[in-house]
Design a binder for this molecule. Structure first.
Ligand SMILES: NC(=O)c1ccc[n+]([C@@H]2O[C@H](COP(=O)([O-])OP(=O)(O)OC[C@H]3O[C@@H](n4cnc5c(N)ncnc54)[C@H](OP(=O)(O)O)[C@@H]3O)[C@@H](O)[C@H]2O)c1
Length: 331
């Protein structure tokens, strides 16, 4: 049976969930795709472990100091790299090094962090094209919510007139708590932080950058839009006041942080900001930690998906959906 070797770079909540799901699905990969999947290397920022024969779950806590970095992972000669490290869209690091090394060597890359894809998505796509490697990004584009798949597979051939998304669970939770429970921004944020789904420094979410990053990746990978972060007008929810909340309630409107891409002649315009929607709008029903995307096409009408999986399993599972797409395409 053909062997498929997988390596994981970034071994925190998501990376560990990927490993656990991948190993638990080995029989599925044998049955569906006729491949013997082995996890041959994992690493965090300072330590890692590798085995040419494949790691078992009970070995994953035996990481050794010093075994980290793109060279360590590539030495394991994986067929597929799953990247689940931290995200920095201004530098791309550390994911950019791992992903670039993999693609240059013809190794398929499944990317979960957004930073490198925002920093130089075009460069990475070019490098993938040159070696014939797949570069898959479901985990970085709202993960369990199907977004990039809609553009790449489900709505193939359509012209996309407009794409709108509630793409960040934390800000949707905060706005819902302020509207539905009368909480202040600070109290809602404290609750989200206690629940472990808002960062101690929440600005990447609250100022709209996480939404903008997902939007940019969708635009460039799904629409070939060629946008840079500077092309997107980005505003968050950090300045929403109690008075505004009251006014929206009185007017029967529901505020949502929305990332939108609109086709304008041959270019795309992208924005992130709060929109106050009528209650009849389907996005108004997307409450709490749910996310949603609405795609308006020329010939297939308007498609909406809504969802929220338990993290980090949902994101891990989204990356393994990408893995199965690669298995299907390469068998
Ligand atoms: N958590 C979610 O629900 C979720 C959802 C969607 C997307 N994401 C994205 O998934 C990624 C991982 O999230 P997470 O929650 O798993 O984060 P996390 O728990 O903080 O884990 C990050 C991991 O990356 C490792 N790392 C840091 N620098 C590295 C380097 N230079 N080389 C290799 N590994 C390095 C860390 O190593 P150490 O352990 O040694 O520090 C840690 O193992 C992030 O980009 C996040 O934005 C997360």
């Amino acid at each position: 049976m053909k062997r498929i070797h997988v390596a994981i770079a970034g071994f925190g909540g998501v990376g560990r969930a990927v490993a656990s799901l991948l190993l638990s699905r080995r029989n599925r990969y044998r049955g569906f795709y006729g491949v013997d999947v082995r996890l041959v290397a994992v690493c965090g920022s300072k330590a890692g472990i590798a085995s040419a024969e494949g790691l078992e779950p009970n070995q994953l806590d035996g990481m050794l100091e010093g075994l980290s970095g793109p060279e360590f992972v590539m030495a394991a000669k994986p067929d597929v790299l799953i990247e689940a490290g931290p995200s920095n869209f201004r530098t791309g690091a550390p994911g950019y090094g791992y992903i670039g090394s993999a693609l240059d060597a013809g190794i398929h890359a499944i990317v979960i962090s957004k930073g490198a894809l925002v920093f130089d998505g075009k460069g990475l796509r070019d490098r993938a094209r040159e070696t014939g490697a797949f570069l898959k990004v479901s985990g970085a584009t709202a993960a369990a919510l199907p977004t990039i798949d809609l553009l790449e597979y489900n709505l193939k051939g359509c012209e996309f007139v407009r794409i709108e998304g509630i793409l960040n669970a934390t800000t949707n939770f905060l706005l819902s708590a302020m509207m539905d429970q009368g909480m202040s921004f600070d109290d809602a944020l404290a609750k989200a932080q206690q629940g472990g789904f808002a960062e101690s420094d929440p600005r990447n979410d609250t100022e709209g950058w996480d939404t903008a990053s997902k939007l940019l990746i969708l635009a460039n990978f799904g629409l070939n839009a060629g946008l840079a972060m500077d092309d997107i007008m980005v505003d968050g929810i950090q300045n929403v006041t109690g008075a505004q909340i009251g006014a929206w309630k009185d007017a029967g409107l529901v505020p949502k942080l929305i990332g939108a891409i609109t086709r304008e002649a041959r270019t795309y315009k992208a924005t992130v900001g709060v929109q106050a929607l009528p209650k009849s709008d389907v996005f108004s029903q997307v409450a709490g930690k749910n996310k949603a995307i609405r795609i308006t096409t020329d010939t297939m009408g308007e498609i909406v998906t809504v969802g929220c999986g338990a993290e980090p399993l949902a994101t891990a599972s989204a990356s393994l959906k990408d893995f199965e797409h690669i298995l299907m395409a390469t068998r």
